[in-house]
Design a protein around this ligand. Structure first.
Ligand code: SAM
Length: 297
């Protein structure tokens, strides 16, 4: 099992995705941003705990210019040349992606969300398009990143056909990583009253992805751990081989609320990595201290 330290460094977002708790229209979200020094402190703590990949995730926050992101990436790489840096900061220009890569970023997570254009349009405001999201993924891959695509399971209006399209997209695009998790409603969004995705369907999709891309890096996600107390373990037994415990400062953890009841403590917390190791060893898996790079696309 590979572990990644997840640093949720801003919950400001210019986008208004209908399902997401940090969408710009959610006036009840308490917004925060981390300074470069705070991000580096998270990495220092994470390195001591055995993390060799740091994932910087955030809303699409214009405060973090290309120069700022590059400065943060360079800062992490200077302190920890043995670690991988993963960015997950949304849709950017090809030039920006190139600049982050040149600064030392190794990987990029950008879920395609749904491969069906009409379904995509029902979950997003009109200024966002499935085509641009895919353009980003192809740019990232061409530049040389290890790239993660992915989707929510059981998102509103999703059909079995849509999931088949997601599988065909993944088979064709061959991402190095695939992030999937159940849709979980957030009470302050337009989709608050929709049903959540199920554990069963998420596990089934994890299994299908593992069979389709045998060497892919596949996380048992926070959303899966949120809908079932044994979600992580069940995800691993279905084919997942990555977990991404939360390494954000305690003071901001309950502010990165993408959906209701999102977990960030217990074995979801990077500080409890020993507990996570114990839980994984109970189902026959070892957590390793390793960057955990992709083997091949
Ligand atoms: N802004 C970046 C981006 O667009 O990729 C990264 C942050 S975004 C909040 C990370 C992921 O959270 C999205 O790709 C989406 O799939 C997931 N997410 C957002 N709201 C969710 C919800 N209500 N239930 C489950 N997952 C959700």
């Amino acid at each position: 099992m590979y572990i990644r330290g997840l640093i949720e460094f801003t919950n400001y977002c210019k986008n208004d995705c209908l399902y997401c708790g940090i969408r710009r229209s959610n006036k009840n979200a308490e917004r925060y941003r981390l300074e470069k020094s705070e991000i580096l402190d998270c990495c220092k703590e994470g390195w001591k705990l055995g993390f060799r990949t740091f994932v910087l995730q955030g809303g699409e926050d214009g405060f973090y210019s290309v120069e700022k992101i590059c400065g943060i990436v360079r800062g992490i790489k200077e302190l920890f040349p043995d670690c991988a840096v993963t960015l997950s900061i949304g849709e950017k220009s090809r030039e920006s992606y190139q600049a982050y890569f040149d600064a030392g970023a190794d990987r990029y997570l950008l879920r395609h969300e749904t491969a069906d254009d009409d379904h995509y349009a029902r979950l997003h405001p009109k200024e966002l398009s499935a085509q641009n999201r895919r353009r980003c993924l192809y740019d990232l891959k061409e530049i040389g990143y290890q790239v993660g695509a992915g989707f929510m399971v059981g998102s509103p209006y999703q059909t079995a056909d849509n999931l088949a399209s997601d599988m065909m997209f993944i088979k064709d695009f061959k991402p190095h990583m695939v992030g999937i998790g159940p849709f979980v409603p957030h009470h302050d969004t337009p989709l608050a009253n929709e049903k959540p995705g199920t554990l069963e369907l998420t596990l089934f999709m994890l299994g299908l992805i593992r069979l389709t891309l045998p060497s892919v890096l596949l996380p048992a996600t926070t959303a899966l751990g949120t809908i079932d107390p044994q979600g992580r373990e069940k995800g691993v037994l279905a084919g997942a081989n990555v977990v991404m415990p939360n390494l954000s400062p305690m003071s901001v953890r309950n502010k990165y609320m993408l959906y209701d009841n999102k977990i960030s403590t217990g074995s979801e917390s990077a500080q409890s990595v020993d507990d996570l190791k114990k839980r994984m060893s109970q189902i026959g898996y070892d957590v390793v201290v390793d960057r955990g790079d992709a083997i091949k696309p």
